[in-house]
Ligand binder design. Structure first.
Ligand code: 5AD
Ligand code: SF4
Length: 515
């Protein structure tokens, strides 16, 4: 944090809307502090050097703040948010709070929000509405909104105007300041708002309470500088900042020694890893090469951008070992014209060429993707190019979305002549192809023996265990509960559209795991 940000944060803590309910008050608020979000500021990319803080510590005065109190965090959106929740849970525990799943007994409820599409935001507003009676019943309850939505000016204004049950709003760059924010919320009956629109820092040694003890997320970088025209993430998550390799390697080593079996490296655009280092030539390929040598069965990463996916990375991934043969490579559209106005900076042809290069070195790779249909003015022919690309690549799975306009992004200003009904129809047609190809990919496993990392009881049927293969295929099978957390060989007896069913063959001893 630089001095200006420190002052700004202090100011945010000190200045609160005096009465959050009136138009007059919140407009005054927005003029008077630096810490209300601004998408315009968030868009700027300066040359300031990234500061690495290795010394996260909770101030003595806040210790014990949570004694006798319980917290609950609702998480929306991507794995980055899930992981932020693990960090905030870690901070809550250090402060002395206990976790709870029950809203009725929670003393603090945080909504860790997602801004990627409008329906994600509507769910949060709906949930805030449901929490209002609880707040009226229990005025000491603190309700907070954090995550990507809090980085949007329009959201903060709407909360100030309509949701006065909210006590705190803080942004994605501020989660390490949770103790200060909570403290201020306790001291004040007004809404506390601390949202920085710019953050150039990386903070290490944050506490974490990880969900489960088999798989772990590890951030390798924060932010995104790609500015795809439809996407709000570069505004809500700030500029690209890579963690130092030594910090990542140390975290993965420590997770391996604690018995974790699988690591997912996280970043909005992991292929840009290391681009921001001033004095070293160290990129994702180097990192993967170093992590390959750590004794842990599986390492994966998400999410890739095709643009920066280089040959050196393909060469390292092709060595497999603990690097899994699954790549999630969002394509978004199969039409070069659409890709151009999405500012993806690759074409249909160059994407297909990348796939060809990956497959040449990794013939058994599983490719999955993200696709947006109904981008402004997408024609039937352009949509059909997406269908044909899907089939040509033979993706094994995809997350598919109808385009959702996000205020402040360039695409939101584009005129759109595609009716919603047409967009919905395209999504359905695409999903039919996705299902068909997913089923086909799974069919190949019928009768085969697969390696499964067992996560525990299946969500749908507690009588069976569930886990995932290296290529991220869900496998359900009968086995004693003790197999949970281990790698097992499972014989596939049935391939369904979305999952495999099978029988336990044997648990894999750890020394056998190396491929
Ligand atoms: N509308 C619809 N989908 C979007 N995505 C990102 N922004 C939008 C938007 N405005 C999708 C992209 C991305 C995934 C995480 O979400 O497909 O890869
Ligand atoms: Fe959004 Fe991903 Fe594009 Fe970044 S690379 S702007 S996170 S879609």
């Amino acid at each position: 944090m630089n001095e200006e940000q420190r002052l700004a944060s202090q100011q945010a803590i000190n200045s609160k809307s005096s009465s959050a309910n009136t138009e007059k008050d919140y407009s005054k608020y927005f003029q008077s502090t630096y810490t209300a979000p601004s998408l315009k500021d968030a868009k700027k990319r300066g040359k300031e050097e990234i500061q690495y803080h290795k010394d996260f510590n909770i101030d003595e005065q806040f210790m014990g703040m949570g004694t006798g109190r319980k917290f609950l965090i609702r998480t929306y959106g991507c794995q980055m948010n899930e992981h932020d929740t693990e960090v905030m849970a870690g901070i809550f525990l250090q402060l002395g709070y206990e976790p709870t799943e029950n809203v009725e007994e929670a003393n603090v409820i945080l909504m860790n929000t997602c801004a990627i599409r409008e329906n994600a935001e509507n769910r949060v507003f709906g949930e805030l509405g449901h929490l209002k009676p609880l707040k009226l019943k229990n005025p000491d309850l603190l309700i907070g909104v954090c995550g990507c939505m809090s980085q949007e000016e329009a959201v903060v204004k709407k909360i100030l105007k309509t949701y006065n049950q909210v006590d705190m709003i803080f942004g994605t760059h501020n989660i390490h300041r949770l103790p200060e924010i909570l403290n201020e919320a306790y001291l004040s009956k007004e809404m506390v708002i601390e949202v920085w629109s710019k953050e150039g820092d990386v903070i290490e040694n944050l506490p974490k309470v990880r969900k489960g003890n088999t798989k772990a997320w590890v951030n390798i970088m924060y932010g995104c500088d790609k500015f795809c025209t439809y996407c709000i993430v570069p505004y809500t998550r700030g500029k690209e900042r890579s963690r130092l390799p030594e910090d990542i390697i140390q975290e993965v080593r420590s997770l391996a020694s604690q018995g974790y079996q699988e690591i997912t490296l996280l970043g909005q655009n992991v292929n840009a890893y290391g681009k921001d280092f001033e004095n070293r030539q160290y990129r994702l390929s180097h990192l993967m090469d170093d992590l390959r040598k750590i004794d842990i069965p599986r390492i994966r990463f998400t999410t890739s951008h095709p643009r920066d996916f280089d040959d050196a990375l393909i060469d390292v991934l092709a060595q497999k070992g603990n690097l899994v043969e699954h790549i999630h490579l969002p394509v978004q559209s199969g039409s070069s014209d659409m890709l151009k106005i999405m500012a993806r900076k690759y074409t249909r042809e160059s994407y297909l060429e990348l796939v060809r290069k990956i497959r040449a070195k990794m013939p058994d790779v599983a490719l999955t993707t993200d696709i947006i249909v109904g981008f402004p003015n997408e024609t039937e022919e352009q949509f059909e190019e997406t269908l044909s690309l899907y089939k040509e690549v033979g993706f094994e799975m995809a997350y598919t979305y109808i385009y959702s306009a996000r205020a402040g992004t360039p695409a939101a200003k584009m005129q759109d002549n595609v009716p919603l009904e047409v967009k919905k129809d395209r999504l359905q047609r695409l999903n039919a192809v996705v299902n068909e190809y997913c089923g086909k990919a799974l069919k190949k496993y019928d009768g085969e023996i697969v390696e499964v990392l067992v996560e525990g009881e299946s969500k749908r049927n507690p009588d069976v265990l569930a886990g995932y293969t290296r290529k991220n295929k869900l496998v359900n099978f009968k086995a004693p509960k003790e197999v949970t957390g281990k790698l097992a060989k499972v014989k596939v007896t049935e391939a369904k559209t979305w999952s495999l069913s099978g029988e336990l063959v044997e648990v894999i001893a750890s020394e056998e795991v190396k491929v």
